[in-house]
Ligand binder design. Structure first.
Ligand SMILES: NC(=O)c1ccc[n+]([C@@H]2O[C@H](COP(=O)([O-])OP(=O)(O)OC[C@H]3O[C@@H](n4cnc5c(N)ncnc54)[C@H](O)[C@@H]3O)[C@@H](O)[C@H]2O)c1
Length: 340
């Protein structure tokens, strides 16, 4: 089978390409990626000479390019490409509308033109909004959409377009809405790798508010196996929620856990002004477990240990991206201070 993966040079896309080719070595993957700041082509360097892997630099909004790629026997699209950072969506919402909404629409439209190519859309639990503090509720496939940030609003819009192409044009789609991922090849602008690399550099770890917000953490290869389950055995037209844990973790407990695993102490924690509309997340993965037999393999501890080891061993992969990420956060702080 020949597969188009979009956004394959990003965090989850690169893990997915490794995962898929290791289990399906006879398939061919074409990776279409614009190479934004979030991409790191080094993540796929080991595949450079693999006959079953091809990289194309380009934009998912470029209809002519997408058309041309699909005309070369693509049977499945796995769509990861997105602007994915909530803080950046507060800084520049329009970019999120372009890539996440217009880009997804462009792919759908081209998939339809080329004989209704099978389309898997990778989305987020953030489309469901926030779970109240002191609640044991979980997001599920029945939860109404209620996005809080420009990022989650743009992903919600893209989910609606994907479903509409199934209902209106019979495009064979599936959607997964998953919780926060963590693992290797993750840009150090995101919370866990920022924490790990700060501890390596012996600098303070900023924690939004008092760290009381909670998340449901999903190890990235567990996410890849869930996507594989949905692609191979999922029901066309259906949505599956994916989560990682049986219990959520507050941000402050997570920081303390990482500090403990890395031999740091709590004096490294620095509480900073909270992000606007800061959500809480927890996901029920009961449907995908019941219907497709999927469940996560990693616990938060086992996943964090693997991730910490990877960041310790791969400084050359993250060092440049960390410099860029810290410059971005500095700009965001300067802006906040100006508007106080
Ligand atoms: N990271 C998470 O915790 C998480 C959780 C739930 C859902 N998701 C979803 O999973 C997908 C992948 O997330 P990620 O964390 O790997 O993202 P990422 O930011 O690490 O990578 C995104 C990739 O998409 C590429 N890209 C961006 N705009 C593009 C465009 N216009 N055309 C082509 N390529 C473009 C970037 O260059 C980058 O390689 C996203 O759709 C995201 O919404 C992520």
């Amino acid at each position: 089978m020949k597969i188009l993966v979009t956004g394959g040079c990003g965090f989850i896309g690169s893990n997915f390409i490794h995962y898929w080719l290791s289990l399906h070595p006879d398939d061919t993957i074409v990776n279409l990626d614009k190479l934004t700041y979030a991409a790191n082509p080094q993540s796929l360097k080991d595949l450079e000479n693999n006959f079953h892997y091809q990289f194309i630099q380009g934009d998912i909004c470029d209809e002519n390019l997408v058309d041309k790629i699909l005309s070369d026997k693509i049977e499945l699209i796995v769509h990861f490409a997105a602007e994915s950072h909530v803080d950046r969506s507060i800084d520049d919402p329009l970019l999120f509308v372009k890539t996440n909404v217009l880009g997804t629409y462009t792919l759908l439209n081209c998939a339809k033109k080329h004989g209704n190519i099978r389309f898997h859309h990778v989305s987020t639990d953030e489309v469901f909004g926030s779970i109240p503090f002191n609640s044991s509720a979980q997001f599920s496939e029945q939860t109404p959409y209620d996005p809080s940030s420009p990022y989650s609003a743009s992903k919600a819009a893209s989910d609606h377009f994907v479903r509409s192409f199934h209902k209106t044009f019979a495009l064979p789609i599936t959607i997964t809405n998953c919780s926060n991922n963590y693992g290797p090849f993750m840009n150090p602008e995101k919370m866990i790798p920022r924490m790990i690399t700060n501890i390596i550099d012996n600098i303070k770890i900023p924690v939004y508010g008092r760290g009381e917000n909670f998340r449901d953490w999903l190890y990235v290869t567990d996410h890849c196996s869930a996507i594989e389950a949905v692609i191979t055995r999922g029901k066309i037209g259906d949505t599956y929620c994916i989560g990682g844990l049986k219990e959520t973790s507050t941000n402050i407990d997570l920081v303390k856990k990482v500090l403990n695993l890395m031999g740091g102490d709590e004096s490294m924690i620095e509480f900073v002004a909270d992000r606007p509309a800061h959500d809480n997340y927890a996901v029920s993965w009961e449907k995908i477990h019941r219907e497709l037999g999927w469940q996560p393999e990693e616990t938060l501890d086992s996943g964090l240990i693997k991730m910490i080891d990877w960041y310790r061993e791969n400084e050359s992969w993250w060092r440049e991206a960390k410099t860029e990420a810290e410059a971005f956060y500095q700009k965001l702080n300067d802006y906040k201070n100006l508007n106080k």
